[in-house]
Design a protein around this ligand. Structure first.
Ligand code: DX5
Ligand code: ZN
Length: 215
């Protein structure tokens, strides 16, 4: 589709300095900020909630890409007024069809995500209601894991369905994205690259963003 969007994940930032992390993202040329919300139930880790998004919103007009890794996401969605996109997990939402429409009614991009063990075909009924499909390329919970190459097959599958049915959702990949894996994800059809450890470990973040984009 268009230009590749880079979404650095605050999961790998210094949690004592989210404001500084936001400034680093802005300076790097990355378009989005990825916020990983974990509840210690759906995934075995805990991060932060809507207050962080509210507080960061006052400092930034960047695109906030909220990734909810929580049970019962419908309870938390209304609290994320500061988000630009809200993505929940299909595995945690039996009524994904309804929740996607609720997110759109809030005026936000509606996203749905699948873990490595969920087939992309499980999304087929809801693709027309989706603005963003986030394909997890690691098992969610922690940064710094290796990308599972088989997950890129799902990106290819989704890109094919998108074309076949004339749909407009973006495809995002999340987990193990760095300068060696980014090209394969883009070749498979990804539009958005989430990068946590690769971004925050990079000494020159603007250079890393260019490398991820393949420029
Ligand atoms: C993992 C999160 C990711 C994480 C990616 O559960 O959803 O967004 O930050 O981290 P890296 O890029 O280090 O794999
Ligand atoms: Zn994420």
């Amino acid at each position: 589709m268009g230009k590749i969007i880079i979404a650095p994940s605050l999961l790998s930032a210094d949690f004592a300095d989210f404001g500084g992390a936001l400034a680093e993202i802005a300076q790097s040329g990355a378009e989005w900020v990825h916020l990983d919300v974990m509840d210690g139930q759906f995934v075995p880790n805990l991060t932060f909630g809507p207050k962080l998004a509210d507080d960061l919103r006052r400092r930034s007009s960047a695109f906030f890409d909220v990734h909810l890794m929580v049970e019962s996401p419908h309870r938390l969605v209304p609290a994320f007024a500061a988000a630009d996109a809200i993505t929940f997990h299909l595995e945690a939402a039996p009524h994904a069809h309804r929740l996607l429409q609720e997110i759109r009614r809030m005026g936000k991009k509606a996203g749905v995500s699948i873990v490595p063990s969920t087939p992309a075909s499980a999304l087929s009924e809801i693709l027309p209601y989706t603005d963003l499909v986030l394909v997890m390329t690691v098992n969610p919970g922690f940064g710094g894991q290796e990308l599972i190459p088989e997950c890129l097959e799902k990106v290819r599958y989704l890109a094919e369905k998108r074309q076949k049915y004339g749909l407009g959702f973006l495809i995002s990949v999340d987990g193990g994205i760095h300068k060696e894996t980014a090209a394969a994800a883009v070749a498979a059809g990804a539009d958005v690259l989430v990068a946590g450890s690769a971004f925050f470990n990079a000494p020159d973040k603007a250079e890393l963003v260019r490398q991820l984009r393949g420029m």
